[in-house]
Design a protein around this ligand. Structure first.
Ligand SMILES: C[S@@+](CC[C@H](N)C(=O)[O-])C[C@H]1O[C@@H](n2cnc3c(N)ncnc32)[C@H](O)[C@@H]1O
Length: 235
């Protein structure tokens, strides 16, 4: 891991949901299944980055490993990072159960990973970047840029708020009301914690950050006023 100056942001401190908690780790996949279609998300990611058998891919914030495992079926090697040791252990066990042997799991994050000269064909990250305040998002995105081969692809999916929303009180009350009943209070409470304590930013800020970090945005998609997906190319 990189040695950082003492004024650096400590990305290992959990803000909002605590992804080092054993309860969170054990329940994460069950909760996600109530609001997400993981197989579909993985397929979209794999298609967008045009994953090939000779590719080396980096996933930042792999959580329980679902996406690293899917990616590993179609490429040479996946390096999966997370700042939560518990998540990494859970993901590693899952990858063994699913017969994957081309994934390395490493404890590090956007700010602390040291690539040691290694360059990747693609970097993917989803629902992770919002853990950093905006200043640190730019540092993180520049780090990602420096780890990619020229023309390398960066897939970023995260909670990004729409600057067209005028009345956030009304907007969020609607979002909570429209949650599928099987999601239950625990997901709504996590969303509230997200808005209150985590660092999701606005669409125009995110686009600016991505461009300032040295990427061209090839495709962007915004859903429901709070979810964004970007396919970015290293310039
Ligand atoms: C909401 S989960 C997302 C997991 C997975 N990517 C997914 O799409 O389901 C966020 C994950 O990011 C990790 N994380 C938080 N901050 C991070 C950072 N600065 N660098 C890398 N991982 C981080 C957390 O430990 C957690 O496992």
């Amino acid at each position: 891991m990189k040695e950082l100056p003492d004024w650096y942001y400590d990305e290992f401190i959990q803000k909002g949901t605590d992804y080092t908690s054993e309860e969170e780790i054990q329940n994460y996949d069950r909760k996600m299944r109530t609001i997400r279609n993981i197989a579909e998300e993985a397929e979209t990611m794999i298609k967008l980055i045009d994953l090939r058998p000779d590719h080396n891919v980096l996933e930042i914030g792999c959580g329980t490993g679902e996406f690293s495992i899917e990616l590993s079926r179609y490429c040479k090697q996946v390096l999966a990072l997370d700042i939560s040791q518990g998540m990494l252990e859970f993901a590693r066990e899952k990858s063994i159960t699913r017969g994957r042997d081309n994934i390395d799991f490493t404890k590090a994050g956007f700010l602390t990973f040291e690539p040691k000269g290694k360059e990747f064909d693609a970097v993917v990250t989803q629902l992770v970047l919002h853990h950093l305040p905006d200043f640190w998002k730019l540092i993180a995105l520049r780090n990602v840029n420096s780890m990619l081969k020229p023309g390398g692809k960066f897939y970023l999916k995260d909670v990004v708020f729409s600057s067209d929303t005028r009345d956030f009180d009304f907007y969020f009350s609607q979002v909570f009301q429209k949650m599928p009943p099987e999601a239950g209070d625990e997901i709504i409470n996590e969303m509230k914690l997200h808005i209150k304590e985590e660092f999701s930013t606005f669409d125009w800020v995110m686009e600016g950050l991505i461009e300032k970090a040295g990427f061209r945005i090839e495709q962007s998609q915004y859903q429901n006023g709070f979810m964004a997906t970007y396919l970015c190319i290293k310039k």
